[in-house]
Design a protein around this ligand. Structure first.
Ligand SMILES: [Zn+2]
Length: 358
């Protein structure tokens, strides 16, 4: 936590900050151990103050703020994020040649991401997602990006943090569209980085991060994981194969696809991959519509400091001992895979661990 739906929700909630200029960066005084900030805070501040937030993107489970000099953002970085949810007309869509999205990623979003995204209007228009392309020439030095990685308990907000004591960073804005962006983090495992385009590509390019879970096709998913001996539920957490899925949604996805979470990837048939792909789209789409899952610890909140409500739709996660909501023939079981809890139904999630391919 937070996973793709929660981070997508954070991105949409801070979208009104697009177009604002950063006038200061403050790390509130605290006895808590600082989150990881790179470069160090004084260098970070010097490089971002005076820059305009030209766009917001999501790379897997990270919020990315695109910076531009002054008010006139590079045309290819023109914002398109704030929509009807925020009470303002939608602005010019981003052109498809945006330097921070790979051509293939843009194409996939247009081809099959858009239809799923149409349902999201109630929580704001979708945020562009995908890996940066390799920078060339001036781009490498010209563009800079603030990458906020919530990790376990981080939140990116415009206002109303759950408490003030765990606010780790405050980007003060010129107030024209938003007054500030807050990075709040209960446990302090989050990371804030300022990266040039080249560094962004090196850290979060296609060699490091797989296609976004909402944009990947069933064929690509199968190509990337189909030869793996790993259990399917463990493999779905591999961010270099597919980006955005974490422990909670992986369990819900394999239950929705009726596949035993311990099934080795290489034993799955094409039809299984199609079901897994469809489950990824359905579960993540619905979770975004409900603005993510707030678990018992209450840590995850949306921008208005209210909880997400997808947790009421969980069918296996955290339901050990409860009756399966699909088949009603068995109770949900908890097992441990790769040091993480997995919840599943032994009756309707069928296995092929020992036999031939299903
Ligand atoms: Zn069942």
């Amino acid at each position: 936590m937070p996973e793709l739906p929660e981070v997508e929700t954070m991105c949409r909630c801070v979208a009104p900050a697009v177009g604002s200029r950063i006038v200061d960066l403050v790390r509130p005084k605290s006895r808590l151990q600082s989150i990881l900030i790179s470069p160090r805070i004084d260098h970070f501040r010097r490089r971002v103050v005076g820059k305009t937030i030209a766009g917001i993107r999501r790379i897997g489970k990270r919020v990315v703020l695109e910076l531009a000099d002054g008010d006139d953002a590079h045309p290819s970085l023109r914002p398109e994020c704030d929509g009807p949810f925020f009470g303002r007309p939608r602005r010019t869509p981003l052109p498809t040649n945006c330097p921070s999205l790979s051509a293939k990623g843009t194409e996939r979003l247009a081809a099959d991401g858009t239809s799923a995204h149409k349902q999201f209007e109630q929580s704001g228009p979708p945020i562009k997602a995908g890996c940066p392309v390799m920078p060339d020439g001036d781009d490498a030095a010209q563009y800079e990006y603030i990458v906020l990685e919530p990790r376990m308990t981080g939140l990116v907000l415009l206002a109303n943090p759950p408490n003030t004591s765990h606010v780790r960073l405050v980007f003060q804005l010129d107030g024209l569209r938003a007054e500030q962006i807050l990075f709040w983090d209960q446990r302090g495992l989050g990371v804030a980085r300022l990266l040039t385009h080249r560094e962004l590509w090196e850290h979060l390019g296609p060699d490091q991060i797989g296609p976004d879970a909402l944009a990947i096709t069933a064929d690509i998913l199968r190509q990337r994981l189909g030869n793996s001996r790993r259990a399917i539920k463990v493999a779905l957490l591999d961010q270099s194969a597919v980006a955005g899925i974490g422990n909670l949604y992986a369990a819900e996805i394999v239950h929705h696809a009726a596949i035993d979470p311990a099934t080795p990837c290489q034993r799955l048939r094409a039809a299984d991959w199609n079901r897994i792909h469809a489950a990824i789209q359905e579960i993540l789409t619905l979770a975004i519509r409900h603005q993510g899952s707030t678990l018992g610890d209450g840590t995850y909140r949306i921008a208005k400091n209210t909880p997400g409500d997808f947790q009421i739709f969980h069918r296996v996660y955290g339901r050990e001992g409860d009756s399966c909501l699909r088949c009603g023939n068995a109770s949900i079981v908890r097992i441990v895979q790769a040091q993480r809890s997995t919840f599943y139904c032994p009756a309707c999630q069928r296995s092929c661990r020992n036999g031939r391919k299903r």
